[in-house]
Design a protein around this ligand. Structure first.
Ligand SMILES: Cc1cc2nc3c(=O)[nH]c(=O)nc-3n(C[C@H](O)[C@H](O)[C@H](O)COP(=O)(O)OP(=O)(O)OC[C@H]3O[C@@H](n4cnc5c(N)ncnc54)[C@H](O)[C@@H]3O)c2cc1C
Length: 637
């Protein structure tokens, strides 16, 4: 199959308006005859369900949480980007588009990125209308701050709770539609498979997580908004329940997965403090606006940070990247931290951290000024570490955080399966090889509120005369049987190793070999280790409890089963991309001073992988053209 990204003709700034003016519409009387399944009710899926419900479609929305309000989106702290130029500091849509394409190291699609920047402007108005309490200046204007990779202030925020506040806005819009009867909400339901009838996505198989019942649901189209999969690293900043099952099952039914190895490692997380941890905590990137990052100049320096004088500190980001300093993008900052830690300059009990120091900012703005901006983050830091960041520097370290890879989608956000869409973090779009901070909430929101309500109509217009398939159809029967069989198989292994043990082992392999830096030899070894681990899992895993009761161990085992397959694809993808770009740093492609070396002649493409049962996956390439942003070496110096 040739990949058709369906990018509209015309100049980049007119593509979306041209598309909107020419795509098919479904009239209001017909919308109520059409059913749409939406899996995931974070910002992307919740926004989509509210918007499609408002348009009059019949929406069935699913999430595995007890409430949409628990979606991982709620964890986002720092902010959401929009090119409003309230600070009058030179921002505009083009600049945001430029920053994002460059920040993604020229591995994203220009048309999609431009649209995201364009829609950012309306998004803020929508959120304000919903009552999202963004920070304001004294005069009432919305406040802004900077995030990594940009030189303007375009990030809107609600203290350190931006995701939560946005999600509350989405949840109220969604609740309105649930009450109106246009959205039926299925909480605590997990999608286990996708059903395809006559080459089109027509339904899902879900498990009721309370009763264990395997259920079938049909619709005219299916939308996945199931979030990111970086929890595959076990230790990550993601919510514990985040997983890849929905996209992996869709992949096995024909949806291509694009750039699966492109994972963002976030530089400002709390360092791992012991062996039995299951999660790492993010300290927001916004802290880098005022905090300065350093390590002791002398390797192995055991002195307390406040006892180390300025001339014995290495402010390595300011030294290496004077133009952006502490606000270099995340891939650069994470790699620079790893380089210093590996060279023996790491701090903290495990020597696995660097300092994020507010001493100078406290002198300039005073304690109240800093508390006003970051007070809740400082409180959180104290609660977790017992340390006071007002009197000594925070200790931070890089951690797996965001998947730039995901289901391949075209400009309409349709996957390679007809009638199957992917929104938000579960698709690969917009961020290229590295996501700029605060662009993800934006992407999730605009995908859900603004893009899918238009693009899905173009498909549904042809579906209005088609009846819903019966859930007794053989395709539903086969998928339901397969889900039952997978559960039985896991319960029957009855081995001796707990599920979490496999997840931890898989995470360690990926972190070492497909994490901050990768080498061809390491990736080849990882593929062998993952295969062995997968075989061991099917021989020795122990899943306690039964299938017809709430069973957290079974849920985890089903998800790890999918991770063990996806992990291999990630390594294959990283191996085949024989260049360094963005978060994908190959040790065999670097300059003498450790900067990434991209290869645009051979790799300016999106790698879209097709699943082949019993064989190696097939690589399809979507070549990227850059007409509006010139391909240049990415420099933040
Ligand atoms: C700690 C942290 C802080 C962050 N801070 C920021 C920030 O400041 N700014 C920014 O732009 N981005 C930030 N991000 C990234 C951003 O939060 C996410 O990319 C974004 O919220 C993803 O939204 P989503 O709607 O795509 O997915 P999610 O919010 O993850 O929602 C996924 C939904 O899918 C459901 N689901 C998943 N699988 C299934 C299944 N099989 N069956 C049924 N339901 C399923 C879940 O129940 C949930 O409802 C942060 C991320 C982390 C980890």
């Amino acid at each position: 199959m040739t990949l058709d990204a369906k990018i509209p003709e015309g100049p980049v700034e007119q593509k979306w308006s041209r598309y909107q003016a020419t795509c098919k519409l479904v009239n209001a009387a017909n919308r109520k005859k059409l059913d749409v399944i939406i899996v995931g009710t974070g910002l992307a899926g919740g926004g989509a369900a509210a918007a499609l419900g408002e348009l009059g479609y019949n929406v069935k929305a699913f999430c595995f949480h007890d409430s949409p309000r628990r979606a991982h989106s709620t964890a986002a702290q720092g902010g959401v980007n929009a090119a409003k130029n309230y600070q009058n500091d030179g921002d505009n849509i083009y600049r945001m588009f430029y920053d994002t394409v460059k920040g993604g190291d020229f591995r994203s699609r220009e048309a999609n990125v431009y649209r995201m920047a364009e829609l950012s402007v309306s998004l803020i108005d929508t959120c304000v209308a919903q009552g999202v309490p963004f920070a304001r200046e004294y005069g009432g204007v919305l406040g802004n701050r900077s995030f990594g990779g940009v030189q303007v202030e375009r990030t809107f925020y609600a203290q350190g709770q931006t995701g939560q506040q946005l999600l509350l806005g989405t949840y109220s819009a969604l609740s309105r539609q649930i009450k109106a009867g246009r959205v039926t909400m299925y909480n605590r339901h997990e999608m286990l498979d996708l059903v395809i009838v006559d080459g089109q996505a027509k339904g899902i198989i879900a498990r009721d997580l309370i009763t264990g019942e395997i259920q079938r649901y049909a619709a005219h189209a299916v939308v996945l908004a199931t979030g990111g999969y970086s929890k595959i690293f076990y230790l990550s900043t993601l919510a514990l329940g985040s997983n890849a099952t929905a996209i992996w099952k869709a992949h096995k039914r024909g949806a291509y997965i694009a750039n699966p190895s492109l994972t963002q490692i976030h530089p400002t997380c709390l360092p791992q403090s012991g062996e039995r941890q299951s999660k790492l905590t993010l300290m927001s990137e916004s802290l880098r606006n005022d905090g300065r990052i350093w390590v002791p100049l002398k390797a192995g320096d055991e002195r307390s940070p406040n006892a180390i004088p300025d001339d014995e500190r290495d402010y390595y980001l300011e030294r290496r990247y004077p133009a952006f300093g502490n606000l270099t993008p995340r891939d650069i900052a994470s790699r620079a931290a790893k380089e210093r830690i590996d060279a023996g300059h790491g701090v903290g009990p495990l020597k696995n951290a660097v300092y994020l120091d507010f001493r100078d900012a406290l002198k300039e703005y005073g304690r109240d000024g800093i508390a006003g901006r970051y007070g809740n983050l400082f409180d959180m830091y104290r609660k977790i570490t017992g340390l006071d960041a007002y009197s000594e520097p925070m200790r931070i370290a890089p951690a797996a955080h965001f998947s730039m890879g995901g289901l391949w989608v075209d400009y309409e956000l349709m996957t390679s399966v007809n009638g199957l869409y992917a929104l938000g973090e579960c698709n690969f779009a917009d961020h290229g090889a590295n996501r700029l901070g605060a662009n993800s909430l934006l992407q999730a929101c605009v995908d859900g509120y603004f893009i899918i309500p238009t693009t899905i109509g173009n498909y549904l217009a042809d579906q209005r005369t088609k009846n819903l398939p019966s859930t007794d159809a053989p395709e539903f029967q086969q998928a339901a049987d397969a889900a039952e069989a997978a559960i039985r198989k896991l319960l029957n292994v009855n081995g001796g190793r707990p599920v979490d043990e496999y997840h931890r082992a898989l995470g360690a392999i990926l972190w070492d070999r497909c994490g901050i830096s990768r080498s061809p030899e390491g990736l080849q070894e990882a593929i062998i280790q993952i295969t062995e681990l997968r075989e061991d899992f099917h021989r020795n895993v122990r899943v306690t409890g039964g299938s017809h009761e709430p069973n957290n161990e079974l849920e985890k085992a089903l998800r790890i089963n999918d991770y063990l397959e996806l992990a291999e694809l990630m390594c294959r993808d990283a191996l085949s991309r024989d260049e360094s770009c963005g978060a994908h740093f190959r040790t065999d492609h670097q300059t003498e001073d450790g900067e990434a070396v991209r290869n645009d002649d051979d790799f300016a493409y999106v790698a879209a992988w097709e699943y082949t049962p019993n064989g190696t996956p097939t690589l399809h390439k979507e070549h990227l053209t850059f007409q509006d942003v010139k391909l240049t070496a990415r420099s933040y110096k």
